[in-house]
Design a protein around this ligand. Structure first.
Ligand SMILES: NC(=O)c1ccc[n+]([C@@H]2O[C@H](COP(=O)([O-])OP(=O)(O)OC[C@H]3O[C@@H](n4cnc5c(N)ncnc54)[C@H](O)[C@@H]3O)[C@@H](O)[C@H]2O)c1
Length: 323
């Protein structure tokens, strides 16, 4: 394959940093652009001396230009409920103005454009599992709307640039992904349970814990993203793990993998929390030949060292703060 120069917006985040690694591993060059709102430059520390890589601190809600590029991977956006609740308006802005600015970079250089969208586009789905053809069930004024509607708008903008400007575009709908480099405090299920289990605290389950989620290990997710990026398929394509677990089962797996003796505590369910979420991945299977390989227990084991270290660093930071 010809060697490309790619931009990864949100490159210092959890998925963005893994995507930078994967694109570099294929021999291409990468410019990560990130304003470090929810990401962390330490996720890219190992690339400090890589000549084919650079990190630019850029807020993509302002027009930006990193020179000629062949591919724009647009991942910038707060992604966890904790982050997009704190940063509600920046989330709406990055999904609207930021998406336009990223699309304009692709248009200027005739580059391909890849949008990381989300299963949240399906909202609290009335169809199960969710196929790409399902239009979703989203509350436009609920607490999650800053994220869900920003992503739905990003999809509309991407398709409009394809339709009106003939841009080559791809849209992936990412389902819950976990693994090393997730923020320990971002409130998502896996880091939350890992942190609580490793500290010997109670694991907090919202509602009766019977709501289901599917969890995809990061290496599988990135493999799916790149297969889509290099394919001719515009999408949207669901990339996620179709194995469904209740939140309670996930808590039990975390206890098993960490060997923790923590108890489980039940708290009231937050509003608009989806009851079921599971991708139908027939499209990814047939068009991309993709399916996840890492089951939840194995993925949790792969992630354990990272979360142990993150819990230690958090304790050290908290004790420095207390002094
Ligand atoms: N992790 C998941 O399970 C998941 C699921 C569905 C969709 N996604 C999508 O994948 C993408 C990455 O998610 P993640 O989990 O890595 O989140 P993350 O918060 O770790 O990464 C997002 C990155 O975007 C950066 N960013 C935010 N606003 C910006 C701005 N205005 N300018 C420049 N950079 C900005 C943040 O600093 C951060 O580094 C997001 O678009 C998210 O919607 C993730």
């Amino acid at each position: 394959m010809t060697k490309l120069r790619a931009i990864v917006t949100g490159g210092a985040g959890f998925l963005g940093s893994h995507l930078c690694d994967a694109v570099l591993a294929e021999g291409h060059s990468v410019v990560a652009v990130d304003n470090l709102l929810t990401g962390n430059a330490t996720n890219l520390e190992h690339l400090r001396h890589e000549p084919r890589f650079e990190l630019r601190r850029v807020d993509i809600c302002e027009p930006f230009d990193c020179g000629k590029v062949d591919y724009v991977f647009h991942l910038a956006s707060p992604a966890s409920p904790v982050d997009y609740t704190i940063h509600g308006i920046p989330t709406l802005r990055v999904g609207s103005v930021g998406t336009f600015n990223a699309l304009e970079v692709a248009r200027k250089y005739g580059a391909k454009f890849f949008l990381s969208s989300t299963s949240e586009c399906y909202g609290d789905p009335e169809e199960h599992p969710q196929k790409e053809s399902y239009w979703g069930h989203v509350n436009p004024i609920g607490p999650r709307s800053v994220y869900d509607e920003a992503k739905r708008f990003s999809e509309a903008a991407t398709v409009a640039y394809r339709r009106y400007h003939k841009l080559e575009t791809r849209i992936v709908r990412i389902f819950n992904t976990y693994g090393p480099r997730m923020q320990i405090n971002d409130g998502r299920v896996v880091p939350n349970f890992m942190k609580q289990a490793l500290r010997g605290e109670e694991l907090t389950v919202y509602g009766d814990g019977k709501q289901t989620r599917s969890f995809c290990y990061v290496a599988d997710e990135i493999d799916g993203l790149l297969r889509l990026a290099w394919s001719q398929e515009p999408g949207p394509v669901n990339i996620g793990n179709p194995s469904e677990f209740t939140i309670l089962e996930c808590a039990q797996k975390v206890l098993q993998v960490t060997g923790s003796k923590s108890q489980i505590k039940f708290l009231p369910l937050p509003p608009d929390d989806p009851k079921q979420r599971r991708p139908d991945i027939s499209k990814a299977r047939s068009i991309l030949g993709w399916e996840p390989k890492v089951d939840l227990e194995t993925g949790l084991k792969f992630s354990l060292d990272y979360f142990r270290q993150a819990v230690k660093e958090l304790a050290a930071a908290n004790s420095r703060g207390a002094r």
